[in-house]
Design a protein around this ligand. Sequence first.
Ligand code: GDP
Length: 257
Amino acid sequence: LSNELPKKKKLALIQSLPIYSLQKGNLKELENVTLNIAVTGMTGAGKSSLVNALRGLPNDDKNAAPTGTTETTMEPNMYPHPSMPNVKIWDLPGIGSPKFRAKKYLKDVEFHTYDFFLIVSSERFKENDIELAREIKKCKKIFYFIRTKIDNDIRAESHKRNFKEWMLLKNIREDCKANLLRVGIPKIFLVSSFNLEKYDFQKLINTLEDELSENKKFALIQSLPEERPLLLCTTCLTWDSMRWQKTPNVFFLSQLA
Ligand code: GDP
């Protein structure tokens, strides 16, 4: 199977496997896998405020990431997640320059040390957001797209006649989707760090928690050295005569990335 399947299919297969299909030893290993989540985007987009929201801290808490109208994050800062063990949230320096090059930025922040990215963007969609998304995807990393400061959008539009909040939210979501189409649409969340009960903040938290195991599994696979195959066992899907079949099976997969 390992030889027959192209790399992309193998990766898709691994990702589709339920967590319990990993060998016992790997499961133990999975518990210990640290997931490094990097929060990135333009300066002022609301990255540090989102980091604080994810940690359940107000911006003026003494342990909060510094926020403000000028760039406050010059190098990646790590913040432990309050309730998810082995999850580290990294507040990355903002993208400021119009001459931004996503490839260089990702190299400078040592992208390979992160397993997962949250791309944060406020107001109108920017070309830098796309470039960043494209480059992150090229690096075979997963990302969610977070559109912040939704409260500002609502305030700015609410005086208009025929204003409907749901319609505005729908339009913002559609705009994000249309722009992200070029990089394959990721999960999109509309958030206000000043109003966490509203919009998609809770959905973001739930998704992060729900997909934690999957993302850790992915991180584990990515971190495996090429010469060390991952043993998958018991009821696995096998490729047979152009059909996926459920059969008891044991096989090795290596050189995934
Ligand atoms: P960063 O540079 O991307 O880390 O952005 P910050 O988190 O420091 O936020 C920049 C400015 O935007 C600060 O003045 C924040 O208070 C403000 N801000 C951040 N998130 C929101 C939000 O969801 N709504 C509103 N209205 N302002 C926000």
